[in-house]
Design a protein around this ligand. Sequence first.
Ligand SMILES: C[S@@+](CC[C@H](N)C(=O)[O-])C[C@H]1O[C@@H](n2cnc3c(N)ncnc32)[C@H](O)[C@@H]1O
Length: 236
Amino acid sequence: MRWRRLSLATLGLLGGVALWKAARRQAPVTPAEETERVRRFYDQLAPRYDRGIRLAEWALFKDGRRWAAAQARGETLEIGIGTGRNLPYYPAEVRLTGIDVSPAMLELARERARQLNRPVELRVGDAQALDFPDASFDTVVSTLSLCTIPDPAQAVREAARVLRPGGRLILLEHVRSPLLPVRLVQRLLEPITVRLEHDHLLREPLEYVEAAGFVVEQIERSRLGLVERLVARKPE
Ligand SMILES: C[S@@+](CC[C@H](N)C(=O)[O-])C[C@H]1O[C@@H](n2cnc3c(N)ncnc32)[C@H](O)[C@@H]1O
C-alpha cells in the first residue's frame, strides 16, 4: 500500500516536471497570434469565468473592484472588461465604455449590465490598438487584465493616448512579488499558467506606467506583494 502511494506520488511529480518542461518549450508567437489565442481561450472560459474567479477575489483582491471603480470620473473606459464584474461598483454619474477581445465574455457583461440596469457601451476591441480618438476619456480602468494582454506595455501606451491630459489610469492587478521565496514560486508556476491560462505571474505594471509618461499618484501592494493597486495621472 505504502509502495503504491509512493509510486503514485512519483508519477505525479514526474508528470508535473514533464508539464513544466513542455510549457517552457512553447514556440514563440507574435503578439497578434497570441491575442487570437487569448480571445479563443476566454471565449471558451466565459461560462465558467465568474465561478472560477471568486476564490481569487476572496483570497487576493478583497474590496479591490469596489476600490478601482470608485476612482472613476467622467468618461471612463474599462479595458478587458470581461464579464463586467466591476459594473455594480461604478458611480452612477460615470459614462462607461468597456472593451474586450472576447465576444463571449462581453455577452455576459451585457447581461450583467441589463440586470443592473447600468448603461454601458460594450464593444469588441483590442486594448493594444484602441479604436478611440486621442484624448477621449477622463479615466481608464484595468482590473486583472494586464496579466493576460500579450503586450501590456502597448496597452498602457494606448491608455495614455486615449486619456485627456490630467486623466487617470486605475489598475488592480496581480504582479511579481518583491519577496524572493514568493517570486521563486511564481517563476516555477508561470510557464504552466501561461501555457494553460495565458496568465503571466511576473509582470510589473509600474514599469510600463512610468515608461508611458504617467505620474504615479498612489501605489499599494498587499498579499505578500502579489496584488497592486495603482492610480496614475497623465500630465497636463
Ligand atoms: C482575467 S480576465 C479579467 C476580466 C475583468 N477585467 C475582471 O476583472 O474580471 C482578462 C480579460 O482580459 C481580456 N483581454 C485579454 N487580452 C485582451 C486584449 N488584447 N484586449 C482586450 N481585452 C483583452 C480577456 O478577454 C479577459 O476578459
